[in-house]
Design a protein around this ligand. Structure first.
Ligand code: NAD
Ligand code: IPM
Ligand code: MN
Length: 352
């Protein structure tokens, strides 16, 4: 029987609660394999104690694992650019996790913000560039403290980076509804986005059987709300993919439902799985966070590792528990705790 070695980083806030539930569900569901979890307590708390979010050799410590399972990072008391650039963003880069997959589905038993939509009308996949673009360290503050003070923040769009993420989106679309929509903003950003569009056109020519669209990201935001049925795979730069994924999660019924996979498609290092949401300081410590997003991120992790049957069983357990509707957390209109919804899913996963 194979054993997967998984590193967990529960992190901050509700990251700890939802990771605990997801670990329980994955253990309950595992068929024909076992998972050996190793926990790392890297967090804002650790930063306040030691001055670092993770040790200097943090990435090296994780390199030997089959995958990384991350809760959420960031908490009031440590500036977000310190906590996130001290852990999440460097890990995405250390392991070549240039694809960020963010499925957007209407799950049974949950109500879309767009009432009347059915699951087949609301099934999208956001393919977010995850290693460059608007998230760059190039820039700086000039003339600090003077009246002519200014700040520069550069974007980086490389040919390799654009080609590989756009190609990945086309490959995914080939396994779905064969449609790719590219998020652009070439009307406002005169260098980066026309370049992105040019690479998109080049790659599109390699996939004549895939239907393509290019939409300015603002109009695309409206399209996600007004006509999600027209969308299948959405490919976007790092920042556009980030913003669209919270919007799309909200359209399906909330941030507590949306999983995310940071993928190294070549499998030359461990991929990392997390929810789309953050550490939710406003509900941290209350035991009411919705664990579904983190549990579905766990199913994505097992899918990535090749455990298709167990991943499907977890997906079904989530859908069944939501459809039954007896243990919904407050964000879904219920009054259940994180653990109660986690239990309902774990029991169903174990019974399959
Ligand atoms: P957030 O996603 O943490 O919360 C936004 C809103 O959604 C809040 O009202 C919250 O209560 C709600 N929410 C989120 N997840 C939920 C869940 N599982 N169940 C029920 N409600 C949920 O976004 P934010 O407030 O902008 O960020 C808080 C912190 O998290 C910041 O430090 C931010 O940088 C960090 N963050 C981390 C990650 C990550 O580690 N992957 C992702 C996003 C934000
Ligand atoms: C996400 C988060 C991160 C991002 C932040 C916390 C840096 O919002 O994973 O969606 O923007 O990549
Ligand atoms: Mn985000």
């Amino acid at each position: 029987m194979s054993t997967y070695r998984i590193a967990t980083i529960p992190g901050d806030g509700i990251g700890e609660d939802v990771t605990e539930e997801a670990v329980r569900v994955l253990d309950a569901a595992a068929r024909g394999f076992t998972i050996e979890w190793t926990e790392f307590d890297w967090s804002c708390e650790q930063y306040l104690r030691t001055g670092a979010m993770m040790p200097a050799d943090g990435a090296a410590q994780l390199a030997e694992f089959d995958a990384i399972f991350l809760g959420a990072v960031g908490f009031p008391g440590v500036p977000d650019h310190v906590s996130l650039w001290g852990l999440l963003i460097p890990l995405r880069r250390a392991f070549g996790l240039y694809v960020n997959l963010r499925p957007v589905r209407l799950l049974p038993g949950t109500e879309s913000a767009l009432s009347g939509r059915t699951a087949d009308e609301l099934d999208m996949l956001i393919v977010r560039e995850n290693s460059e673009g608007e998230y760059s360290e190039i820039g700086g503050t000039h003339n600090p403290g003077r009246p002519d003070e200014f700040v520069l923040q550069e974007s980086v769009f490389t040919r390799v980076g654009c080609e590989r993420i756009i190609r990945h989106a086309f490959e995914r679309a080939g396994q779905r509804q064969k449609k790719v929509c590219s998020a652009t903003k070439s009307n406002g950003l005169i260098h980066s986005m026309p370049y992105w569009d040019r690479v998109f056109d080049e790659i599109a020519a390699e996939y004549p059987d895939i239907e393509t669209r290019q939409m300015h990201v603002d109009a695309l935001a409206a399209e996600i709300v007004l006509h999600p049925d027209r969308l299948d795979v959405i490919v976007g730069s790092n920042l556009f993919g980030d913003i669209l994924s919270d919007l799309a999660a909200a359209v399906t019924g909330g941030l507590g439902l949306a999983p995310s996979g940071n993928i190294n498609p070549e499998k030359t290092g461990p991929s990392m799985f997390e929810a789309v949401h953050g550490s939710a300081p406003d509900i941290a410590g209350k035991g009411i966070a919705n664990p579904v997003a983190q549990i579905l991120a766990g199913a994505m992790m097992l899918e990535h590792l090749g455990e298709h049957d167990t991943a499907a069983a977890i997906d079904k357990a989530v859908c069944d528990a939501l459809e039954k509707g007896e243990t919904l957390t407050p964000d879904l209109g219920g009054s259940a705790t994180t653990t109660e919804l986690g239990n309902a899913i774990a029991e169903r996963a174990a019974a399959q």
